[in-house]
Ligand binder design. Structure first.
Ligand code: NI
Length: 224
């Protein structure tokens, strides 16, 4: 499952860009695993910096009111969003897999069921920088409007192609879902989508019964 959705308003995007403009970047290899470190050539914000904390809150707030994200991810825990830059000599991240479990803080572990990237640069302002995700049906190449996000399986091999002009700014993070199984999560999303369509025609005994079915499936499958 790969889902793209608009996340940030124009105001939020402008605020994010202002925070990023004044930020201090550091070598991104500091936070990569032993294998990924060889593929990783980018820069990141220090997650403890003031700019990072303000940006984290901005992105997290936006996620909390993004219905498509909430319906698809059914988040239990969201890793505090991080921020990276691809430009100049540090301009790509070769094929790699993300660690299965990450520490959001010294005591909180997040199982990386889903990965999310929020694009923060105007796609016309840079060349390259596509996020390429290997899926069973073939590679998917993703390069979105600034403020839009892509949600994809944390299990995938993926890469960021070299940025050959300009700079690519993005936010990235992982989600531990209440529903660990991708198949169950997909069924819940399909049921939720169909129910939304039905409810647009008005509530009925059928929509109430189906809503009950949705919640009973979620109750059966969710870990909280
Ligand atoms: Ni990755």
């Amino acid at each position: 499952m790969l889902l793209t959705f608009p996340l940030l308003t124009a105001d939020e995007l402008a605020r994010a860009r202002a925070l990023l403009d004044g930020a201090q970047w550091q070598d991104g290899r500091g936070s990569a695993g032993a294998q990924a470190v060889q593929a990783k050539h980018n820069e990141q914000l220090d997650p403890a910096s003031g700019a990072s904390l303000a940006l984290q809150e901005l992105v997290t707030r936006a996620l909390e009111r993004a219905p498509r994200f909430l319906a698809a991810a059914l988040p239990l825990r969201i890793f505090p969003p991080r921020f990276n830059r691809y430009t100049g000599a540090t301009n790509h991240y070769g094929p790699h897999v993300d660690n299965a479990v990450r520490f959001a803080d010294p005591v909180t572990r997040v199982r990386t069921d889903l990965s999310c990237t929020v694009f923060l640069s105007d796609p016309a302002s840079y060349d390259g920088g596509e996020l390429v995700i290997r899926e069973p049906g073939g590679n998917r190449s993703v390069k979105l409007e600034a403020g839009h996000a892509v949600l994809y399986p944390g299990t995938s091999v993926h890469e960021v192609l070299p940025v050959t002009r300009g700079e690519r700014l993005a936010s990235f993070f992982w989600i531990e879902s209440m529903v660990r199984s991708p198949e169950q999560r997909q069924l819940l999303l399909e049921l939720d989508d169909a129910l939304m369509m039905l409810r647009e025609q008005g509530e009925s005994p059928a929509t109430i019964a189906l809503m009950g079915t949705y919640h009973n499936l979620l109750r059966m499958w969710a870990q909280t």
